[in-house]
Design a protein around this ligand. Structure first.
Ligand SMILES: Nc1ncnc2c1ncn2[C@@H]1O[C@H](COP(=O)(O)OP(=O)(O)OP(=O)(O)O)[C@@H](O)[C@H]1O
Length: 270
């Protein structure tokens, strides 16, 4: 349940990423209907390069639908999506991914009988245009392993490299999913409740990991746990009933009476 706490954001001192050129992601006037249900209503959202952005809002506000629209899993009724200045509104999910958009996969996207290194190697292979066949040059295979090891090291997951995914704790799997998404070297990473079902200390580790991602990766995360949101985000968008209620800095959102109103009666506290 959502809690508005007063914990200081860990990202407060972080240097701003370069913001030259078009934003990492620009969403303009997105709409989605499911039958008579108008689920996202004229939603606009901008992620600067290197953004650490969270979407919050009550259940059913349309947050997941918005992520599906951005990643291309759901078609939009109207509106436009630009990725680094390229109009991707009509691109397939795969083409969006090739242009630098990644989202975390569901847990069953991991090959549980393979090791962490093998899983990440597959994602890196895809980026290199390799298909996993035995005919590929040894040099390319070495490059894939080097890149996969570098990624795991960067994320502090190298200790898990030789462990089979099936042996990992749930929170560790969620971190491997993030590593998998990063294997394609995205410029925008979308995450839908990455810490859901993860014990609280592992959830904090996971968000610290997101916090440490390279500054050229913009991160958009849906999260219900306000403690995690406030640790991580520089900007927050609040969605209610399919619409953007307000967007602002952590301080803005904490102070906004409309946001307090939304959470009042849940587990709001001063
Ligand atoms: N495929 C679908 N068909 C019909 N209605 C849907 C579909 N997917 C979502 N909805 C409805 O759209 C609304 C928004 O759902 P969505 O999952 O986007 O909200 P959310 O903000 O992510 O909620 P939560 O925080 O509970 O995950 C809800 O009323 C939901 O029941």
């Amino acid at each position: 349940m959502a809690v508005i706490s007063q914990e200081a954001p860990a990202s407060a001192q972080r240097t701003l990423a370069a913001t030259e050129g078009p934003p990492a992601l620009a969403v303009r006037g997105l709409n989605k209907h499911y039958g008579a249900l108008h689920v996202t209503r004229d939603v606009s959202l901008t992620l600067e390069r290197g953004a650490r952005h969270a979407i919050i809002g009550p259940n059913g506000a349309g947050k997941t639908t918005l992520i599906h629209q951005i990643s291309g899993l759901q078609k939009s009724g109207s509106g436009q999506i630009q990725l680094l200045g390229v109009d991707i509104t009509r691109f397939s999910p795969e083409r969006r991914a090739r242009h630098g958009l990644a989202r975390t996969f569901q847990i069953n996207a991991l090959f549980t009988r393979l090791t962490v290194m093998e899983n990440i190697g597959l994602a890196v292979s895809a980026r290199h245009g390799l298909d996993g066949s035995l005919g590929r040059p040894l040099q390319s295979r070495a490059q894939v392993l080097d890149d996969a090891a570098a990624l795991l090291s960067q994320l502090g997951l190298l200790d898990l490299a030789e462990r089979r995914v099936a042996e990992l704790a749930y929170g560790q799997r969620r971190m491997v999913e993030i590593a998998l998404a990063l294997g394609t070297r995205p410029r925008v990473l979308l995450l839908d409740e990455p810490a859901a079902g993860v014990p609280s200390d592992e959830g904090k580790r996971l968000f610290d990991l997101l916090d440490r991602l390279p500054e050229d990766v913009a991160v958009l995360v849906i999260e219900h746990d306000m403690g995690l949101v406030f640790r991580f985000a520089r900007r927050i968008t609040v969605m209610v009933e399919g619409q953007v209620l307000v967007e602002g800095s952590v301080a803005d959102i904490r102070a906004d009476p409309r946001v307090r109103e939304v959470y009042l009666g849940n587990s709001h506290r001063d």
